[in-house]
Design a protein around this ligand. Sequence first.
Ligand code: ZN
Length: 391
Amino acid sequence: MNKKSVWGGLLWLAVWVSGESGAAAVWVKSVQWGAGPHPRLMVDFSGVPGYRVINLGSDAPLAIELADTALAGGLAQPPAAHPVAARIGSLPGKAKGSLRLLVETKRNAPHQARMEQWPDHARLTVEWTPSAVPAPAAASTNSARARAKPVHSFVVAIDAGHGGKDTGAIGPGGTLEKNVVMAIARKLAWYVQAEPGMKAVLVRRGDEFVDLRHRAAIARKVRADLFVSIHADAYTDGGVKGSSVYTLSEHGASSEAARWLADSENAALVGGPKLKDKNKLLASVLVDLSKNATLDASDKAAEKVLRELRKDFAVHHDEVQKAEFAVLKSLDVPSMLVETAFISNPEEERNLTNNAHQDRVARSVFRGIRAYCAESRRSAGAAGLRVAEVP
Ligand SMILES: [Zn+2]
């Protein structure tokens, strides 16, 4: 289905269904629009919500993520003559209890957002500059602003495979996969953490067993921008070697979307356990949009990591592979699984236990992640979107 027509036709439905939220710390009291030379969106709240303005991609609506916030009523749509905004809608946000406002725009225009506070309410104002100067100048204005303002950290959830009672594969020399992948994951986390604007979160911190679905849930909880699972491959033929990078297959993602929608808790998020047919369609369209964007981003990130690995190491598969790994089944966090080498190959097993080799692997994966991070920031800048830290 065409992305634009989906947003155009169904956002008003999204407004309706997300009105049925539970208890929240802050309520959206009203939405007002200002036109003129400085077109504005003003959202009034019952208190001060944590918020951030995020980029969902160059063609996507402007998204405002609000922590512990719910709608008290409907959202007032912008007047037809509004120079920038076309529609406003809402969805459940990425974090539990959060709300995401989506503003569909008629054109790319730089904007600024600010929160003001009074004793009995708070107001978020988003102001656009539609008559932007020519593109190169606008781009430099954006980058100047990016330098001046703190940029939202790009969070990488690093998942060392297996752990605890689950040893993973065992090499011919007795090396346990869970130990070598933990060592590589720690080194990768060090590189990510050392990079300005990036933050690493280790999904498991020691030799502990963590359920596969729980690993994806941890990534979601820390609002990861990317999930990277580190593994070592194994095969009956000890001669097979090289690294591979996997992302979730379309089939795996579709069955996860179906599973998500079948879950009554999720159904409640998009309109109560007994979804009417129209709302079932809406829910599946919204989940599909998120799923497709996530698959695209996963592939982009995985290709960059594979390209860097290929520079330094033999690769087993020359292209990103598709699989239905449970740990990759996040519908909203781009995810990949890196098989660093074959632990079943005696030479690669030795390499995997070598400190300097582990470091080279970690650095290659890091360079790929950094390239993906830079690209997603560039597309955020091109769309005239500002990415701000949650206050
Ligand atoms: Zn493994």
